[in-house]
Design a protein around this ligand. Structure first.
Ligand SMILES: *Cc1c(COP(=O)(O)O)cnc(C)c1O
Length: 341
Protein backbone atom coordinates (compact mmCIF):
# COMPACT_ATOMS: atom_id res chain seq x y z
CA UNK A 1 0.00 0.00 0.00
CA UNK A 2 1.36 3.38 -0.93
CA UNK A 3 0.37 5.96 1.66
CA UNK A 4 -3.05 5.31 3.11
CA UNK A 5 -3.48 4.69 6.80
CA UNK A 6 -5.99 1.95 7.50
CA UNK A 7 -8.50 4.34 9.06
CA UNK A 8 -8.82 6.37 5.84
CA UNK A 9 -10.09 3.17 4.19
CA UNK A 10 -12.75 2.42 6.81
CA UNK A 11 -16.39 3.51 6.41
CA UNK A 12 -17.07 6.51 8.65
CA UNK A 13 -20.06 4.95 10.42
CA UNK A 14 -17.98 1.89 11.28
CA UNK A 15 -15.22 4.04 12.82
CA UNK A 16 -17.85 5.62 15.08
CA UNK A 17 -19.49 2.33 16.04
CA UNK A 18 -19.39 1.32 19.72
CA UNK A 19 -18.71 -2.42 20.02
CA UNK A 20 -21.07 -4.56 22.11
CA UNK A 21 -19.02 -5.54 25.16
CA UNK A 22 -19.94 -8.63 27.14
CA UNK A 23 -18.88 -7.57 30.65
CA UNK A 24 -18.28 -11.10 31.87
CA UNK A 25 -15.95 -11.88 28.95
CA UNK A 26 -13.76 -8.87 29.68
CA UNK A 27 -13.24 -9.45 33.41
CA UNK A 28 -11.81 -12.13 35.69
CA UNK A 29 -14.01 -13.85 38.31
CA UNK A 30 -13.43 -16.55 40.92
CA UNK A 31 -16.89 -18.02 41.57
CA UNK A 32 -19.35 -15.88 39.65
CA UNK A 33 -23.14 -16.05 39.89
CA UNK A 34 -24.34 -15.38 36.37
CA UNK A 35 -27.57 -13.38 36.49
CA UNK A 36 -26.61 -10.94 33.77
CA UNK A 37 -27.60 -12.46 30.44
CA UNK A 38 -31.12 -13.89 30.87
CA UNK A 39 -29.86 -17.43 30.24
CA UNK A 40 -31.31 -20.54 31.83
CA UNK A 41 -29.54 -21.73 34.98
CA UNK A 42 -30.39 -25.36 34.02
CA UNK A 43 -28.95 -27.87 31.60
CA UNK A 44 -25.85 -28.13 29.46
CA UNK A 45 -24.84 -25.60 26.86
CA UNK A 46 -27.05 -23.11 28.73
CA UNK A 47 -24.48 -20.31 28.74
CA UNK A 48 -23.54 -17.98 25.92
CA UNK A 49 -20.11 -18.67 24.41
CA UNK A 50 -17.06 -16.54 25.18
CA UNK A 51 -17.55 -13.61 22.80
CA UNK A 52 -13.80 -12.93 22.76
CA UNK A 53 -12.84 -16.59 22.11
CA UNK A 54 -9.90 -16.16 24.51
CA UNK A 55 -8.82 -19.80 24.81
CA UNK A 56 -9.03 -20.41 21.10
CA UNK A 57 -7.06 -17.28 20.27
CA UNK A 58 -4.35 -18.05 22.77
CA UNK A 59 -3.89 -21.54 21.26
CA UNK A 60 -3.89 -20.23 17.71
CA UNK A 61 -1.48 -17.44 18.63
CA UNK A 62 1.03 -19.98 19.90
CA UNK A 63 0.52 -22.23 16.88
CA UNK A 64 0.87 -19.44 14.31
CA UNK A 65 3.41 -17.32 16.15
CA UNK A 66 1.28 -14.16 16.23
CA UNK A 67 -0.30 -12.17 19.06
CA UNK A 68 -3.89 -13.02 20.14
CA UNK A 69 -4.73 -9.39 19.30
CA UNK A 70 -3.92 -10.19 15.66
CA UNK A 71 -6.63 -12.87 15.39
CA UNK A 72 -10.35 -12.60 14.65
CA UNK A 73 -12.49 -15.74 14.60
CA UNK A 74 -15.57 -16.15 12.45
CA UNK A 75 -18.43 -18.52 11.80
CA UNK A 76 -16.35 -19.94 8.97
CA UNK A 77 -14.05 -17.67 7.00
CA UNK A 78 -17.17 -16.89 4.98
CA UNK A 79 -18.42 -14.71 7.81
CA UNK A 80 -15.08 -12.91 7.89
CA UNK A 81 -15.28 -12.16 4.14
CA UNK A 82 -18.70 -10.62 4.75
CA UNK A 83 -17.46 -8.55 7.71
CA UNK A 84 -14.35 -7.29 5.89
CA UNK A 85 -16.51 -6.02 3.02
CA UNK A 86 -18.89 -4.35 5.50
CA UNK A 87 -16.00 -2.56 7.24
CA UNK A 88 -14.32 -1.08 4.17
CA UNK A 89 -16.89 -0.82 1.36
CA UNK A 90 -19.50 1.93 1.39
CA UNK A 91 -22.69 0.39 -0.05
CA UNK A 92 -23.47 1.47 -3.63
CA UNK A 93 -20.19 3.36 -3.83
CA UNK A 94 -17.06 1.27 -3.29
CA UNK A 95 -15.87 -1.82 -5.12
CA UNK A 96 -13.84 -4.98 -4.64
CA UNK A 97 -11.34 -6.60 -6.98
CA UNK A 98 -11.18 -10.36 -7.39
CA UNK A 99 -9.46 -12.86 -9.66
CA UNK A 100 -11.50 -14.50 -12.40
CA UNK A 101 -12.10 -17.39 -11.99
CA UNK A 102 -11.95 -17.47 -8.20
CA UNK A 103 -14.08 -18.11 -5.10
CA UNK A 104 -17.61 -16.87 -5.80
CA UNK A 105 -18.40 -15.78 -2.23
CA UNK A 106 -16.34 -12.56 -2.51
CA UNK A 107 -18.68 -11.35 -5.25
CA UNK A 108 -21.72 -12.68 -3.43
CA UNK A 109 -21.14 -10.70 -0.22
CA UNK A 110 -20.17 -7.59 -2.21
CA UNK A 111 -23.40 -7.82 -4.21
CA UNK A 112 -25.50 -7.94 -1.03
CA UNK A 113 -24.21 -4.46 -0.14
CA UNK A 114 -24.41 -3.30 -3.77
CA UNK A 115 -20.65 -2.97 -3.99
CA UNK A 116 -19.27 -3.30 -7.50
CA UNK A 117 -17.18 -6.39 -8.28
CA UNK A 118 -14.24 -5.84 -10.64
CA UNK A 119 -12.87 -9.07 -12.11
CA UNK A 120 -9.28 -9.62 -13.05
CA UNK A 121 -9.18 -12.25 -15.80
CA UNK A 122 -6.40 -14.80 -15.27
CA UNK A 123 -4.20 -16.05 -18.14
CA UNK A 124 -4.41 -19.55 -19.66
CA UNK A 125 -2.39 -21.00 -16.74
CA UNK A 126 -4.65 -19.15 -14.28
CA UNK A 127 -1.88 -16.71 -13.32
CA UNK A 128 -2.51 -13.03 -12.66
CA UNK A 129 -1.36 -10.73 -15.50
CA UNK A 130 0.52 -8.11 -13.50
CA UNK A 131 -0.04 -5.27 -15.97
CA UNK A 132 -3.77 -5.91 -15.94
CA UNK A 133 -3.66 -5.83 -12.15
CA UNK A 134 -1.82 -2.48 -12.10
CA UNK A 135 -4.36 -1.02 -14.51
CA UNK A 136 -7.33 -2.35 -12.54
CA UNK A 137 -5.83 -1.12 -9.25
CA UNK A 138 -6.07 2.49 -10.44
CA UNK A 139 -9.84 2.50 -9.90
CA UNK A 140 -10.37 4.90 -6.99
CA UNK A 141 -13.49 3.12 -5.73
CA UNK A 142 -11.53 -0.07 -5.00
CA UNK A 143 -11.12 -0.91 -1.31
CA UNK A 144 -10.29 -4.62 -1.21
CA UNK A 145 -8.43 -7.09 -3.40
CA UNK A 146 -9.30 -10.74 -2.70
CA UNK A 147 -6.29 -12.84 -3.62
CA UNK A 148 -7.01 -16.55 -3.28
CA UNK A 149 -3.90 -18.78 -3.04
CA UNK A 150 -4.11 -21.67 -3.75
CA UNK A 151 -6.98 -20.44 -5.86
CA UNK A 152 -10.40 -22.07 -5.87
CA UNK A 153 -11.44 -23.47 -8.40
CA UNK A 154 -8.16 -23.54 -10.35
CA UNK A 155 -5.89 -25.10 -7.68
CA UNK A 156 -2.71 -23.11 -8.44
CA UNK A 157 -0.83 -20.89 -5.97
CA UNK A 158 -0.13 -17.22 -6.69
CA UNK A 159 3.52 -16.13 -6.43
CA UNK A 160 4.94 -12.76 -5.46
CA UNK A 161 2.21 -11.77 -3.00
CA UNK A 162 4.29 -8.75 -1.93
CA UNK A 163 3.94 -7.24 -5.39
CA UNK A 164 0.16 -6.99 -4.86
CA UNK A 165 0.53 -5.68 -1.32
CA UNK A 166 2.90 -2.96 -2.52
CA UNK A 167 0.83 -1.89 -5.50
CA UNK A 168 -2.69 -1.76 -4.09
CA UNK A 169 -4.07 1.28 -2.26
CA UNK A 170 -6.39 -0.72 -0.12
CA UNK A 171 -6.76 -3.96 1.80
CA UNK A 172 -5.34 -7.16 0.31
CA UNK A 173 -7.07 -10.27 1.63
CA UNK A 174 -4.97 -13.39 1.03
CA UNK A 175 -7.37 -16.31 1.31
CA UNK A 176 -5.33 -19.36 2.38
CA UNK A 177 -8.18 -21.88 2.73
CA UNK A 178 -5.98 -24.54 1.04
CA UNK A 179 -2.50 -23.43 2.15
CA UNK A 180 -1.82 -26.66 4.11
CA UNK A 181 -1.94 -28.72 0.90
CA UNK A 182 0.37 -26.42 -1.04
CA UNK A 183 3.80 -26.83 0.53
CA UNK A 184 4.10 -23.04 0.15
CA UNK A 185 4.84 -20.49 2.83
CA UNK A 186 1.91 -18.73 4.43
CA UNK A 187 1.66 -14.95 4.04
CA UNK A 188 1.35 -14.72 7.83
CA UNK A 189 5.02 -13.81 7.97
CA UNK A 190 4.26 -10.65 5.94
CA UNK A 191 1.90 -9.26 8.59
CA UNK A 192 4.63 -7.28 10.32
CA UNK A 193 5.63 -5.61 7.09
CA UNK A 194 2.22 -4.76 5.59
CA UNK A 195 -0.55 -3.03 7.55
CA UNK A 196 -3.00 -3.58 4.66
CA UNK A 197 -2.75 -7.40 4.74
CA UNK A 198 -5.44 -9.76 6.02
CA UNK A 199 -4.74 -13.51 5.89
CA UNK A 200 -7.74 -15.86 6.00
CA UNK A 201 -7.46 -19.48 7.11
CA UNK A 202 -10.08 -22.07 8.02
CA UNK A 203 -10.75 -25.30 9.89
CA UNK A 204 -13.01 -26.44 7.03
CA UNK A 205 -10.50 -28.03 4.65
CA UNK A 206 -7.17 -29.54 5.84
CA UNK A 207 -8.33 -29.71 9.48
CA UNK A 208 -11.43 -31.57 8.34
CA UNK A 209 -13.99 -29.76 10.51
CA UNK A 210 -16.21 -27.93 8.01
CA UNK A 211 -19.26 -28.75 10.15
CA UNK A 212 -18.02 -26.65 13.08
CA UNK A 213 -17.90 -23.47 10.95
CA UNK A 214 -14.73 -21.84 12.27
CA UNK A 215 -12.40 -19.58 10.28
CA UNK A 216 -9.69 -17.09 11.19
CA UNK A 217 -8.54 -13.67 10.03
CA UNK A 218 -4.98 -12.66 10.89
CA UNK A 219 -4.11 -8.97 10.53
CA UNK A 220 -2.86 -5.86 12.32
CA UNK A 221 -4.43 -5.15 15.72
CA UNK A 222 -6.15 -2.15 14.13
CA UNK A 223 -7.99 -4.28 11.57
CA UNK A 224 -8.76 -7.04 14.09
CA UNK A 225 -10.36 -4.49 16.44
CA UNK A 226 -12.63 -3.40 13.58
CA UNK A 227 -13.66 -6.98 12.84
CA UNK A 228 -14.37 -7.61 16.53
CA UNK A 229 -16.46 -4.43 16.61
CA UNK A 230 -18.76 -5.39 13.74
CA UNK A 231 -19.11 -9.13 14.39
CA UNK A 232 -22.12 -10.60 16.17
CA UNK A 233 -20.91 -10.99 19.80
CA UNK A 234 -21.60 -14.71 20.05
CA UNK A 235 -20.72 -15.66 16.48
CA UNK A 236 -18.80 -18.86 17.34
CA UNK A 237 -20.89 -21.26 19.42
CA UNK A 238 -19.82 -23.15 22.55
CA UNK A 239 -19.75 -26.60 20.90
CA UNK A 240 -17.55 -25.42 18.05
CA UNK A 241 -15.13 -23.62 20.35
CA UNK A 242 -14.80 -26.77 22.48
CA UNK A 243 -14.40 -29.04 19.47
CA UNK A 244 -11.66 -26.87 17.97
CA UNK A 245 -9.77 -26.73 21.29
CA UNK A 246 -9.93 -30.51 21.49
CA UNK A 247 -8.73 -30.84 17.91
CA UNK A 248 -5.80 -28.52 18.58
CA UNK A 249 -4.76 -30.84 21.45
CA UNK A 250 -3.95 -33.51 18.90
CA UNK A 251 -1.29 -31.85 16.82
CA UNK A 252 -0.69 -34.89 14.65
CA UNK A 253 -4.23 -34.79 13.28
CA UNK A 254 -3.59 -32.05 10.75
CA UNK A 255 -0.39 -33.67 9.49
CA UNK A 256 -2.10 -37.05 9.12
CA UNK A 257 -5.07 -35.57 7.27
CA UNK A 258 -2.84 -33.66 4.89
CA UNK A 259 -0.55 -36.64 4.30
CA UNK A 260 -3.48 -38.90 3.36
CA UNK A 261 -4.99 -36.29 1.05
CA UNK A 262 -1.66 -35.70 -0.68
CA UNK A 263 -1.19 -39.46 -1.20
CA UNK A 264 -4.68 -39.74 -2.66
CA UNK A 265 -4.10 -36.64 -4.79
CA UNK A 266 -1.01 -38.25 -6.28
CA UNK A 267 -2.89 -41.51 -6.94
CA UNK A 268 -5.76 -39.67 -8.64
CA UNK A 269 -3.38 -37.67 -10.79
CA UNK A 270 -1.74 -40.88 -12.04
CA UNK A 271 -5.14 -42.46 -12.74
CA UNK A 272 -6.36 -39.37 -14.62
CA UNK A 273 -3.49 -39.79 -17.12
CA UNK A 274 -5.02 -43.07 -18.30
CA UNK A 275 -8.52 -41.77 -18.84
CA UNK A 276 -9.76 -41.22 -22.36
CA UNK A 277 -12.50 -38.63 -21.69
CA UNK A 278 -10.13 -36.22 -19.89
CA UNK A 279 -8.25 -33.79 -22.11
CA UNK A 280 -6.37 -31.82 -19.46
CA UNK A 281 -5.54 -32.02 -15.75
CA UNK A 282 -4.46 -28.66 -14.37
CA UNK A 283 -1.63 -28.71 -11.81
CA UNK A 284 -2.97 -28.39 -8.27
CA UNK A 285 -1.70 -27.17 -4.90
CA UNK A 286 -5.01 -27.92 -3.18
CA UNK A 287 -7.26 -30.86 -2.22
CA UNK A 288 -9.06 -30.77 -5.56
CA UNK A 289 -8.40 -30.95 -9.29
CA UNK A 290 -9.67 -28.82 -12.11
CA UNK A 291 -9.94 -31.10 -15.12
CA UNK A 292 -11.00 -30.45 -18.69
CA UNK A 293 -13.08 -33.13 -20.38
CA UNK A 294 -13.85 -33.77 -24.03
CA UNK A 295 -17.63 -33.90 -23.66
CA UNK A 296 -18.85 -32.05 -20.57
CA UNK A 297 -22.52 -33.05 -20.92
CA UNK A 298 -21.68 -36.73 -21.12
CA UNK A 299 -19.02 -36.82 -18.38
CA UNK A 300 -20.84 -34.62 -15.87
CA UNK A 301 -24.18 -36.28 -16.67
CA UNK A 302 -22.78 -39.79 -16.21
CA UNK A 303 -21.23 -38.89 -12.85
CA UNK A 304 -24.51 -37.39 -11.65
CA UNK A 305 -26.43 -40.48 -12.73
CA UNK A 306 -24.13 -42.54 -10.46
CA UNK A 307 -24.60 -39.95 -7.70
CA UNK A 308 -20.96 -38.89 -7.85
CA UNK A 309 -21.24 -35.18 -7.13
CA UNK A 310 -18.59 -32.88 -8.57
CA UNK A 311 -18.53 -29.16 -9.26
CA UNK A 312 -19.27 -28.27 -12.88
CA UNK A 313 -17.38 -25.09 -13.84
CA UNK A 314 -18.47 -25.07 -17.47
CA UNK A 315 -19.57 -22.74 -19.07
CA UNK A 316 -17.57 -20.20 -16.95
CA UNK A 317 -14.45 -22.35 -17.53
CA UNK A 318 -15.17 -24.16 -20.77
CA UNK A 319 -15.32 -27.95 -20.46
CA UNK A 320 -14.06 -27.96 -16.88
CA UNK A 321 -15.09 -29.78 -13.71
CA UNK A 322 -13.65 -29.34 -10.21
CA UNK A 323 -13.24 -32.64 -8.39
CA UNK A 324 -12.43 -33.07 -4.71
CA UNK A 325 -9.82 -35.59 -3.56
CA UNK A 326 -11.84 -38.15 -1.58
CA UNK A 327 -10.86 -41.29 0.32
CA UNK A 328 -9.62 -44.33 -1.63
CA UNK A 329 -13.04 -45.95 -1.92
CA UNK A 330 -14.58 -42.73 -3.26
CA UNK A 331 -11.68 -42.09 -5.61
CA UNK A 332 -11.91 -45.63 -6.99
CA UNK A 333 -15.62 -45.19 -7.70
CA UNK A 334 -14.84 -41.99 -9.55
CA UNK A 335 -12.00 -43.49 -11.59
CA UNK A 336 -13.95 -46.64 -12.49
CA UNK A 337 -16.81 -44.55 -13.76
CA UNK A 338 -14.56 -42.19 -15.75
CA UNK A 339 -12.85 -45.20 -17.33
CA UNK A 340 -16.21 -46.50 -18.52
CA UNK A 341 -17.14 -43.27 -20.37
C1 LIG B 1 -13.77 -23.44 1.32
C2 LIG B 1 -13.25 -22.06 1.19
C3 LIG B 1 -13.29 -21.19 2.27
C4 LIG B 1 -13.74 -21.69 3.61
O1 LIG B 1 -14.88 -21.16 4.02
P1 LIG B 1 -15.39 -21.52 5.50
O2 LIG B 1 -16.49 -20.55 5.63
O3 LIG B 1 -14.27 -21.28 6.45
O4 LIG B 1 -15.84 -22.94 5.48
C5 LIG B 1 -12.76 -19.93 2.14
N1 LIG B 1 -12.21 -19.53 0.99
C6 LIG B 1 -12.13 -20.35 -0.07
C7 LIG B 1 -11.47 -19.91 -1.30
C8 LIG B 1 -12.68 -21.62 0.00
O5 LIG B 1 -12.62 -22.43 -1.07
Amino acid sequence: MKNNSINTLVRENILKLQPYISFRDHNEFNAPVFLDANESPFGTCNRYPDSTQKKLKSRLAALKNVSPSQIAIGNGSDELIDLIIKIFCEPKKDSILMMNPSFAMYGFYAAINENRVLKLDLDENFEIIKNDFLKAAEDATLKIFFLCSPNNPTGNSIDDIEFYLQNFNGIVVVDEAYIEFSGKKSSLELLEKYSNLIVLQTFSKAWGIAGARVGMAYASEEIITLINTVKAPYNVNVLSQELILKTLDDESRLQENVKSILEERKWLEEQFQEIECISKVFPTNANFFLIKVKDIESVYGNMLKKEILTSRRDPAIAGCIRINVGNRAENEKLINLLKSI
